[in-house]
Design a protein around this ligand. Structure first.
Ligand code: NAP
Length: 282
């Protein structure tokens, strides 16, 4: 129940209507009987600084940050975690006595389904945008030996080596050889995302180059499964979709704000319910 003492959490983005985060956060807050509400916050880029000041004044305890604020918010924080610095983006902010502090929980979320699997040694990451940066940092934390990033523009990809000199870069034309030696392929492009559900970053022939049991991890969660994951499963690979990452990053943020464990399975179930409704309605 929202009362006179209820505190605000939320997710700042622009646009923000598509966000799934309110569903899973509010499900968890209700279960915990925590006196908080989590709301979508449409913040135009030009208003970010003003909103941050106002939110301190109204005792907002924290919020998530999504596109287009993940980088720009960093200039307004008094403290930034090492992990967020390495990724170059913040997705979770909380209030301290000194001001706003920020971190990035995408790595925790991305790593969560891999914890129970043998460590992949050779990883091929498709795409080199914002999500790929979290995935690279996750691979480094996991201790993967070879991390390949495949992209369309090698000059653009080279910027990633400033943060992680150990990674190797390749363009899409050289992908087939990498697939034959990969223990895990991670799709960090939007290829195959709703509504382009018949698209896939890899062809059937390329899936056949992967060894049986290799992990194919698609960050996309609409549709479930993506074309890529359908083909990977048919080819004997292990498939992981983007739901665990989304739930894991949200749960890590909520734990940070509340300072207590949160019901992650309930968060997942509430999210899946909404995703299934969306899948059914096309
Ligand atoms: P982004 O910053 O825009 O990066 C997208 C990357 O994909 C870029 O490297 C881009 O290459 C590449 N790309 C786009 N279209 C391509 C195409 N047709 N062919 C080849 N490469 C292409 O986006 P992002 O934030 O990293 O997100 C990437 C995907 O991950 C999205 O589908 C997003 O929904 C998903 N995601 C999921 C989660 C989760 O919690 N599950 C979290 C974050 C993101 P160029 O630089 O050459 O354009």
């Amino acid at each position: 129940m929202i009362t006179g003492t209820t505190k605000i959490l939320g997710v700042m983005g622009y646009p923000i209507e598509h966000s799934m985060s309110p569903v899973m956060h509010n499900a968890a807050l209700r279960q915990l009987q925590a006196d908080y509400v989590y709301v979508p916050l449409a913040v135009p880029p030009a208003d970010l600084a003003g909103v941050l000041t106002s939110f301190r004044a109204i005792d907002c305890r924290g919020f998530n940050v999504t596109i287009p604020h993940k980088q720009t918010v960093m200039a307004h924080l008094s403290e930034i975690s090492e992990v967020a610095r390495s990724i170059g983006a913040v997705n979770t902010v909380w209030l301290t006595e000194q001001g706003w502090a920020g971190t990035n929980t995408d790595i925790v979320g991305w790593l969560s389904p891999l914890r129970s699997l043998p460590r992949p040694q050779t990883v091929v990451i498709l795409g080199g945008g914002g999500a790929a940066r979290a995935v690279i940092a996750g691979c480094v934390q996991l201790g993967c030996q070879e991390i390949w990033v495949v992209g369309r523009d090698l000059t653009k990809l080279a910027a990633l080596q400033t943060s992680w000199p150990q990674i190797k870069l390749q363009d899409w034309s050289q992908l087939d050889y990498l697939l034959s030696v990969a223990d895990m392929v991670v799709n960090c492009t939007p290829i195959g995302m709703f509504p382009q559900i018949e698209d896939s970053p890899l062809s059937v022939q390329q899936i056949e180059l992967l060894r049986v049991g290799a992990i194919v991890y698609d960050l996309i969660y609409t549709p479930r499964p993506t074309k890529l994951l359908q083909m990977a499963e048919a080819g004997g690979c292990q498939s992981i979709d983007g739901v665990d990452m989304l739930v894991g990053q949200g749960a890590a943020a909520l734990e940070l704000w509340l300072g207590q464990p949160v019901p992650i399975e309930l968060m997942r179930a509430s999210l899946l319910e909404v995703l299934e409704k969306k899948d059914r309605s096309g």
